[in-house]
Design a protein around this ligand. Structure first.
Ligand SMILES: Cc1cc2nc3c(=O)[nH]c(=O)nc-3n(C[C@H](O)[C@H](O)[C@H](O)COP(=O)(O)O)c2cc1C
Length: 334
């Protein structure tokens, strides 16, 4: 096998911010996943040369957040000391900017104190977050599902845009990545991260060919050993294909993609779901039973059909790097 620490990013070109130059082994970011991503997964991803991230809300109670950040920083610092030539990626924390997030002020203050290198914002424009993160030299990447949201995020001063396209896990969009990247590229020349069903090295190369700088992968890491996912959830992902993914706003009030077998297991018919209630984030009623998105009904994107193994994150990433290189040489031979 090729040495994954020899960068596969040489063709990444473009306008990547300084902290992402020579620290990535692959032009990729591991997306934050509610419940599933924690320090072990993030450390493994960063050490393998891919930006690792987690939602701040996963650290509970809120006093855990500072402890998690210290653990990640210490582990990455130690890895850099042990092998100064290794490509060890910076890490990222996801802050949900939705008004329902009562922890935003607290979590932002802790991120600023720890000078978290990259803050990923989602669900509402990050006006309050950008000045605090820029004050210490950090980057803000905001995730969007439409060009309207992209314009708002640019106006708020973000450093990069995450285009959440059709088929993504979690709160996915509906736009084709072909249309979405091209439209946003016509008015934004900063870093673009592309997400939606990316689970293979050749798709990371395709994202680059489309005009994105980095691929953004969530569901791909559900089956990582370090993910905080029940083994039944991981097995369901391994068994599933794209046709098993259901797009509904029932469980969180915002449209997201879920595994149909987990909806069935919660006692609902995935092909006959009622509409959701925007006021209710993360809970749906079924008779007298409350069904919680992410905990009772499991999310994943259209990429499940090509998620084929449970393995440590570094092994999964090494496979992506090999596939990326293979695809690159095939394209060059054309
Ligand atoms: C189980 C799960 C939980 C997620 N939780 C979050 C979250 O808390 N915050 C967030 O910004 N995105 C969340 N996402 C979305 C991902 O960050 C990312 O946009 C998406 O997974 C990319 O699409 P892919 O799954 O097809 O790779 C979640 C996705 C999944 C699958």
């Amino acid at each position: 096998m090729t040495n994954p620490q020899q960068s596969a990013t040489t063709h990444a070109g473009g306008a990547l911010p300084g902290m992402l130059n020579d620290t990535l082994a692959l032009p990729a970011v591991a997306a934050p996943m509610f419940i599933l991503s924690g320090p072990e997964l993030v450390i493994a991803q960063c050490k393998a040369g891919v930006v690792g991230s987690f939602p701040a809300l996963n650290a509970r109670p809120e006093s855990e957040l500072a402890i998690w950040l210290t653990r990640i920083e210490d582990a990455l610092e130690q890895a850099r000391t042990e092998d100064p030539s290794a490509r060890i990626a910076p890490y990222a924390v996801n802050l949900i900017c939705h008004p329902s997030n009562e922890r935003l002020e607290h979590d932002l203050a802790i991120c600023a104190e720890h000078e978290v290198p990259i803050v990923i914002t989602s669900l509402s424009a990050p006006e309050r977050v950008v000045p605090s993160v820029h004050a210490y030299g950090g980057l803000v990447f905001h995730d969007v599902i439409s060009t309207r949201h992209a314009h708002k995020a640019i106006a708020a001063g973000v450093d990069g845009l995450i285009l959440v396209s059709a088929g993504a896990g979690g709160h996915a969009g509906t736009l084709s990545p072909f249309a979405f990247v091209s439209e946003v590229r016509s008015f934004f020349d900063g870093p673009i991260l592309l997400s939606g069903a990316i689970t293979q090295g050749r798709q990371i190369l395709a994202a680059r060919a489309l005009g994105a700088d980095l691929a953004y992968l969530g569901s791909f890491f559900i089956t990582a050993r370090e993910a905080n996912a029940a083994s039944d959830y991981q097995q369901m992902v391994l068994n599933a294909e794209a046709a098993d993914i259901v797009y509904t706003d029932l469980f969180s009030g915002v449209h997201a993609n879920y595994l149909a077998p987990s909806i069935r297991a919660a006692g609902l018919d995935p092909v006959d779901l009622p509409a959701g209630d925007k006021a209710q984030l993360r809970v749906a009623e079924h008779g007298t039973k409350q069904i919680k998105a992410w905990r009772d009904v499991w999310s994943a994107g259209h990429g499940v059909g090509t998620i084929i193994e449970t393995a440590p994150a570094n092994v999964l990433i090494e496979r992506l790097i090999d596939e990326y290189r293979q695809a690159l040489s095939e394209v060059r031979a054309l």
